[in-house]
Design a protein around this ligand. Structure first.
Ligand code: G4P
Ligand code: NA
Ligand code: NA
Length: 194
């Protein structure tokens, strides 16, 4: 997605070979107009999948997910990272290990917000090693619902996430695909020469 790539070039900061900081429009301050275009793009890519619900994870997945939900006219549920105070009997949970942060979190969604008839689109801001996305897939599958695809705003294609999700037979649609962050430069994958 051209607009997103331009935004990454103009405002993203390469922190290391592994990490891109995009606090000015995605992870801290949020650009509503860009999120609107992102939502429109996800809706267009998954228009034929009969999606009934979007599932994301707090906090940075929520903005792009809600704009997609608006265009698709369906509800958005976000997984919580903290343990709920209410009975865990009512929760679907998965354990997510972050290699970046070297910590494991329990993520959860209330059972009442997913059911076996749902056709789910999972959306997240970043795809790195895929642990968050895999945790969301696990939760959706626990409910008996079907994962119809994964929508990612920024994919770091040099990490393992995309591969792992595709190995499960899942469709992954990433709006920006970063081939490398070496030498302080963002290199996108050129879709045309793939
Ligand atoms: P994984 O789920 O793909 O395995 O990713 P990982 O554990 O490495 O990511 C941990 C957190 O760091 C996630 O955010 C993820 O979105 C974010 N992240 C991963 N790589 C990058 C990057 O290059 N740049 C930025 N800006 N973020 C990255 P989180 O802890 O869930 O935070 P939140 O922003 O959703 O609250
Ligand atoms: Na994030
Ligand atoms: Na996220």
């Amino acid at each position: 997605m051209r607009l997103l790539e331009e935004k990454i070039i103009s405002e993203g900061r390469v922190l290391s070979d592994q990490v891109l900081k995009v606090d000015s429009f995605l992870n801290h301050q949020i650009d509503p107009s860009l999120m609107n275009e992102i939502g429109k793009e996800f809706a267009a890519r998954f228009v034929n999948e009969g999606i009934t619900k979007i599932v994301t994870i707090e906090s940075s997945g929520i903005a792009p997910a809600i704009m997609a939900g608006l265009y698709m006219n369906i509800p958005v549920v976000f997984a919580r990272k903290r343990k709920s105070l209410t009975l865990t009997d009512d929760l679907l949970t998965a354990s997510v290990h972050s290699f970046t942060k070297n910590e494991t979190n329990e993520i959860s969604i209330a059972k009442k917000y997913l059911d076996s008839n749902d056709r789910v689109l999972i959306i997240d801001d970043f795809l790195a090693n895929g642990q968050a996305a895999l945790g969301l897939v696990e939760i959706v599958q626990q409910s008996g619902a079907q994962v119809m695809g994964i929508g990612i705003v920024i994919e770091k294609s040099f990490q393992k996430g995309t591969e792992k999700l595709k190995e499960l037979g899942l469709r992954v649609e990433s709006l920006a695909r970063i081939a490398s962050l070496t030498n302080g430069e963002v290199q996108f994958i050129n879709d045309k020469v793939e």
